[in-house]
Design a protein around this ligand. Structure first.
Ligand SMILES: NC(=O)c1ccc[n+]([C@@H]2O[C@H](COP(=O)([O-])OP(=O)(O)OC[C@H]3O[C@@H](n4cnc5c(N)ncnc54)[C@H](O)[C@@H]3O)[C@@H](O)[C@H]2O)c1
Length: 258
């Protein structure tokens, strides 16, 4: 049940995370926005409140275990429960052939995309178990299912997110905690534009060419909108999805069908 719940959304400062915050708040959740960027978070919080929702921003760097502990402690002190956790924050990581990937950039990508969701789950699971209820949604990617050349750190992290989702779902199902992944295809907006531009540069092609390729991969010949992802997250947290767990649900305009 989304209405009346406390939901933490990591990376809720902008992009898909902001759309998830707005959607869950519109459904009646109090939304805790955990993001590294204070000004973006403030914008999301203002939007949610303008729309009649409740938002609570907490500056959090997901690379820091201490920050994550402090954030979850603060949320528990303020709201006494965490019903929904959306592990949305992610970084694109470097665009380079494997042998040119800087080891530190590999570590950073894993730290935000894979260790961050693990640590967030680690901190909220005791309270979810105690209340015998929880809905965890991890934002993976279709790149968690199929290779993406020149993006080994990102692809590996997202494949890890799907493995983590399945394993955790198997561990906590008896406590009425569902754990699912959502796998977006290319979502329209500034982030994917930066990825297309980096890919175009690495391959000596134009932005339009690279974007055209991405659109052509969908049977609908289009990219995904962030609101499509947000509505799917909300569905997975609703009673209609009570018996859906351990899944990796594509929101890719049909680009990936497995
Ligand atoms: N945009 C796409 O096309 C697309 C496709 C598939 C999957 N995804 C995934 O969806 C998620 C959201 O993507 P987006 O496009 O909205 O990204 P974005 O870059 O627009 O937003 C990411 C948010 O995460 C925050 N963040 C980054 N590092 C952080 C850290 N260390 N600690 C806390 N917060 C941090 C940023 O401040 C930002 O608010 C990511 O996991 C991404 O991999 C995106």
């Amino acid at each position: 049940m989304v209405s009346g719940s406390t939901a933490i959304v990591t990376g809720g400062g902008r992009g898909i995370g902001r759309a998830i915050c707005r959607e869950l708040a519109a459904e009646g959740a109090t939304v805790v926005i955990a993001d590294i960027d204070e000004s973006e978070m403030a914008e999301t919080a203002a939007l949610v409140e303008e729309e009649g929702g409740r938002a609570y921003p907490v500056e959090t760097d997901l690379r820091s275990f201490e920050d994550i502990q402090d954030t979850v402690d603060e949320v528990l002190a303020e709201f006494e429960s965490v019903d929904i956790l959306v592990n949305n924050a992610g970084i694109a990581g470097p665009t380079a052939e494997c042998e040119a990937v800087d080891p530190d950039e590999w570590d950073q990508t894993m730290a935000v995309n894979l260790r961050g969701p693990f640590l967030m789950c680690r901190q909220v699971l005791p309270v979810m178990k105690e209340q015998s209820y929880g809905r965890i949604v991890n934002i993976a990617s279709v790149t968690g299912k199929r290779p993406l050349t020149q993006r080994t750190p990102y692809a590996t992290s997202k494949m890890g997110v799907i493995g983590f989702t399945r394993t955790l779902a198997a561990e906590v199902g008896e406590d009425d905690i569902n754990v699912n992944a959502v796998c977006p295809g290319s979502v329209d907006g500034p982030r994917i534009d930066r990825v297309f531009e980096a890919k175009a540069e690495a391959q000596g092609r134009t932005y339009e060419d690279v974007r055209g390729d991405a659109e052509a991969e969908s049977p609908r010949r289009e990219l995904v909108q962030k609101e499509d992802v947000a509505r799917t997250v909300s569905f997975l947290c609703s009673p209609a999805a009570d018996r859906i767990t351990g899944q990796d649900l594509n929101v890719s305009a049909g680009k990936v069908m497995y």
